[in-house]
Ligand binder design. Structure first.
Ligand SMILES: [Zn+2]
Length: 372
């Protein structure tokens, strides 16, 4: 190569490539191309009706970038990643807004009620229904009950003070931990699932770990979904509250431990896996029926049950689609990228979780206003 040619190549940015370099680049291109089902290693063979567009044993760097490319896991990753971000937003919204929406409205009502119904001789019986009426004696100024007030101004001022002191105590919202347990469980499940779909194709070892995390996420969202309905329905009956919460927590932990067995993620175990998660969710029928018997006259009990039936139907349909592998069973290879059963299952799970969030808001409003 003479000087002129070298100068020309430098100017047009043309690199001199040896056959070895060319071969390397070509191998790289071929290596990170999507492959078909029949050329997958055994640990990635899960659904024989999805014929192509698989990533197989890629390095982590390529895998992370593949979140923005099209393959048969792209929508599985994104459906639950968007779901996770949605639940993160809802959690922040719940922390910042939900208590005050209820409280401010109620605070003013309580304050005005107290001001108009004082002196206390009249107000005390009407307070018996408030759950925090037990705090009342601590907040009544001593002189109020001991002195004979003829001075109207002094009486007015005491009324104002008492109303301002008692009202915040009476509007203290009910504990939020069961609702946050559910939101946390939902976020864990959605993020674990999304990461599992993104990373599992890396190696057998990582696939094993990520699948366990995915099963743990499913068991967690099912278990924590029980927390708001059970806690807010039976908060005044600690025996049943602890019984139902203890049962579902132990069942969830048992499922997570069981999923550590290597046989759990074998493809022939798919139906048993789906049935186990289905049975976990279905056991929620017992506390829901119990709630309906106890609060049949309460509109909130019917309202929340409506949401729970809808949620159960969405999860149930999701489990059915997951186990049957439709529609790809009917049209193999046609829904590899979009429309296969796992994507439908993800969307149904997300819809079920959002329905449960709505039910949780009804429970909070109910118990905030009525207490036990
Ligand atoms: Zn999934």
């Amino acid at each position: 190569m003479d000087n002129c040619e070298q100068e020309y190549r430098r100017k047009v940015g043309h690199r001199a490539e040896s056959p070895k370099e060319k071969g390397k680049m070509l191998w790289k291109k071929v290596k990170y191309q999507l492959v078909e089902y029949h050329s997958l290693p055994a640990f990635l063979k899960d659904n024989e009706f999805i014929l192509g567009h698989y990533r197989s044993e890629w390095p982590l760097k390529q895998i992370f970038f593949s979140v923005f490319s099209i393959h048969n896991e792209t929508l599985n990753v994104w459906t639950h990643l968007i779901g996770f971000l949605l639940f993160l937003t809802l959690t922040i919204h719940t922390v910042m807004k939900i208590p005050y929406v209820v409280d401010l409205h109620k605070f003013e009502n309580v304050r005005e009620d107290l001001k108009t119904s004082l002196p206390l001789a009249h107000v005390l019986p009407s307070l018996s229904s408030w759950r925090s009426a037990k705090f009342l004696p601590n907040y009544i100024p001593e002189q109020f009950s001991q002195r004979n007030h003829s001075d109207v101004c002094a009486l007015h001022s005491i009324k104002e003070n008492v109303a301002n002191t008692i009202a915040p105590v009476m509007v203290r919202p009910i504990t939020r931990w069961p609702f946050f347990a559910f939101l946390g469980g939902a976020m864990f499940c959605l993020l674990a699932s999304s990461m599992c779909h993104l990373l599992s194709c890396h190696s057998k070892r990582l696939s094993y770990i990520m699948l366990r995390l995915d099963y743990a996420g499913i068991a967690t969202i099912i278990s924590t979904s029980f927390y708001p309905p059970v806690y807010y329905s039976f908060m005044c009956n600690p025996f049943f509250c602890n019984l139902y919460l203890g049962f579902i927590t132990l069942l969830g932990m048992g499922t997570i431990i069981g999923s550590l067995l290597p046989v759990f993620d074998r493809s022939e175990f798919r139906s048993i896996r789906a049935s186990l998660f289905f049975a976990m969710g279905f056991s929620g029928v017992v506390p829901i029926l119990h709630k309906l018997i106890m609060f049949w006259h309460q509109p909130e009990a019917l309202h929340t049950t409506g949401y729970e039936v809808l949620m159960g139907s969405l999860y149930g349909l999701g489990a059915l689609v997951y186990a049957m592998r439709v529609p790809e069973r009917w049209i193999p290879g046609k829904v590899d990228i979009a429309g296969h059963s796992h994507q439908l299952f993800h969307i149904l799970v997300l819809a079920g979780a959002l329905t449960h969030y709505r039910a949780g808001l009804v429970y909070l409003k109910w118990r905030d206003l009525e207490g036990c």
